[in-house]
Design a protein around this ligand. Sequence first.
Ligand SMILES: Nc1ncnc2c1ncn2[C@@H]1O[C@H](COP(=O)(O)OP(=O)(O)OP(=O)(O)O)[C@@H](O)[C@H]1O
Ligand SMILES: [Mg+2]
Length: 433
Amino acid sequence: MICREICFSVEGEEVDLSSFVSFLQTVGERNNCEVEIILNLKTFKMKTKVCCFKSKKLIKTIEIRARSHPNFRPISCKSKTRSEELIPHFLKLHLRRNRNLCIGIDIQTSSPFCLNSSDLKRHVLVVGSSGSGKSTTIKKIVSELSNNFLIFDWHGEYDLVHRKVNCIDLNELSKLKVHELMDLFSIALDLSDAQYYVLFKVVQVLYKTRERFGLIDLIAQIHSFEETSRWIKETKHSILRKLEMLRHERCREGVKLDEILDLVSKGLIVNLEEYSEYAKRFLTGLVLSYVFSELSKRKIRKDVYVVIEEAQNVASTSNSYSIIDKIFQEGRKYGLHIIAVTQSPRNLNEAVVKNTMLKIIHKMNEVSDAKYIAESIGRPELWKDVISLRTGEAIVSSGSYVVRVFVTLRDRAGRSLPTPHLDGDYKDFSNIL
Ligand SMILES: Nc1ncnc2c1ncn2[C@@H]1O[C@H](COP(=O)(O)OP(=O)(O)OP(=O)(O)O)[C@@H](O)[C@H]1O
Ligand SMILES: [Mg+2]
């Protein structure tokens, strides 16, 4: 870890300290650096500590660019520089950003727009009506990440070069803890109290008597559950009907949970297209629970980005997996980061909307959705902009900046893809990334 202290003192009264401070923080965030600013109100002396975790980029760039600017004196703890002089020069500095995550063009400045990996580490929400460009934006982000990602593809939309699996092995349900498994069943299968009770009894027996068990064992155990009353008989059959939905008819040999993390390290797409809605929800929760538990055991942290399409199905306003809450609370600690994608932000659990720091907002057709999402970024007045975005355009908000972006793509041969509105401002920049 590299830390550098930059000190200067401020003279004069009309100093826009808050914009300077927020500028420094933005620069830090975008460059994967932490910026700590301490202002001594007595002496009016400001100390800035910059810690970059992966590279010297930020420090180097500040120094190189600052020195190359004719009006800018290198900042040292001894020299005194008036902050009014500093602010415009800092703002003029176009710091070299982490190019790995450049996803498009800043429409206002026409310069490349780049996300920093730390932007993605505070969980991401991608919203937009159908056809607005959400999945295309995700493809762009993951193609920049290149590995360590896992996509739950609900509709078979992802045709990336990465490994795609169509079928998950359900013979290892016992890898989850009893309460985790019951939570998945309860939400994915929308269990009634009676169904929950019977399934819980059966699952408890299996955990006690078997070292490992899967869906087939579970179904067999339910069949043998004693029918002491009519309601138990009916409940048993209703559970069995739901459990049957978890199967994929053509899935003979699915990928095992043990294999998932290895595959994720090269980038993995779980294609859920052919599964029932119940199964899509269940499999997403199952794999997420397993990945979380494995990552939490690791000594060395490795970042994994999980894209959940149709996120409202696993974290709705009425019913949310507890694994999702857990990932939002603790995932970062273990390197697990969520990128939640939805067409209907108002159906998404409020905690997800609140806890996703980076929001990529594509066009929303409904006024109520546009108002809701504009409010969630603290900019209610932007709802009209959200409605008027064009395909591929997005408002990107990180908490410290709000930028209007046009997501640009390249095909596998590296050529720019045709964009739907290559006119006016965009034309000159279509090849920029
Ligand atoms: N940034 C972009 N540049 C060029 N074309 C784009 C861009 N974004 C989206 N498109 C075009 O719009 C179409 C719809 O985009 P996409 O599938 O990403 O939308 P979506 O929001 O994921 O829709 P859905 O909710 O139905 O899955 C794509 O097939 C693509 O042709
Ligand atoms: Mg999509």
